[in-house]
Design a protein around this ligand. Sequence first.
Ligand code: ADP
Length: 304
Amino acid sequence: MAQILNGNAIAKDVKDELIVKIKKWVEEGHRPPSLKCIIVGDDPASHTYVRNKVKAAKYCGIDAETIQFDSDITEEFLLNQINELNNSEDVDGILIQLPVPETINERRICNAVSPKKDVDGFHIINVGQLCLDMPTIVPATALGVVELLKRAKIETLGRDAVVIGRSKNVGMPIAMMLHTDKRHESGLGMDATVTICHRYTPRPKLEHYCRNADIIISATGIPKLVTADMVKPGAAVIDVGITRVTDSEGKNKLVGDIDYDEVVKVAGAITPVPGGVGPMTVAMLMSNTFQAAKTLRDKSIVLQ
Ligand code: ADP
C-alpha cells in the first residue's frame, strides 16, 4: 500500500511555521501582513474557497478581508478597485478569485494587480520570472505540489515525471518547476525529466508515459483519468484534480483525477482528494502573502 501524503497535516506544519515567522516579524515592529480577497458573483464553490483562504489567513496572523461584488460590475469598475488596493500602503496581497464573469477579461484583471502584491502569481511579470527561474511569486497550487514533494522527501533529480494538464495557472507552473535547474537563481528547480500530457495526448500514449514515470501529477478535473494499470509500482502520484460529483446515494462529494482506491495499492505515495493538494494550495497562498509583505517593506529587494 502506498504512503498516504496527508495534505492537511503538511499544510498545518507550513501554517504553524508561518505563525512563528509572522509573530516574530510583527514583534520587530511591522504591522501584520494584509490580504484582500476579491470575489465577483455568487458561485458557491468560489465562496467556499475564499472563506477557507480568509480562515487560514487569520490562523496564520494575516489580516484578511473579503471584498465582494455583484456579477454585473463592469471590467472598468473592477480595474479601478484593484488600482486602489495597489496604491494602498495598508495592503500587501491581492487575490481575485477566478473565474470572473465572462463579461470581464481575466487576463486583463490578472495583469492589473501590482506584481509585488500578486499573491496568486498570475501577473505576466510573475509568470515570466517563473519561466526564467528568477525569484518570483509562484502560483499557490504549483507551489503546494512542490512543497508536498519536498516535505514527503520524494526525490525528483534525474527522475521521470509526467504532468497531465497544461493550464497556465496549474499544469504549466508545476511542469516548469519540476524540470528546471535547482542551481538557478530561484532555487525552485527540481531537475526532473518532464513529459506534459493534455487533452490531445492519445490515451495509449498517456498510458505509456504514465507507466514509465516515477512521479505522476494530474491536474485535469477528469475523475478516474489515471487508473492503476497506468502506474509503475512505487511511483509517487499527486492528484491536483478536484471535481464535485454525486455518488450512488445521491450525496455530493469531491473526487480527484486518480482512481484512488485502486492506485493506492500500486503507488509508493499518493495524495487523497480531499485532503491532499487542496490544503497545500491554501497554505502556500499564506506563504506568498507573507513573502509579498516582506518584499514590499524591504526596499533592497528588487523583483523586476
Ligand atoms: P486547471 O486550471 O485546474 O488546470 P483546466 O480545465 O484549465 O484546469 O485544464 C485542464 C487540463 O486538462 C487542460 O490542460 C487539458 O488539456 C487537460 N486535459 C483535459 N482532458 C484530458 C485528457 N483526457 N487527457 C489528458 N489531459 C486532459
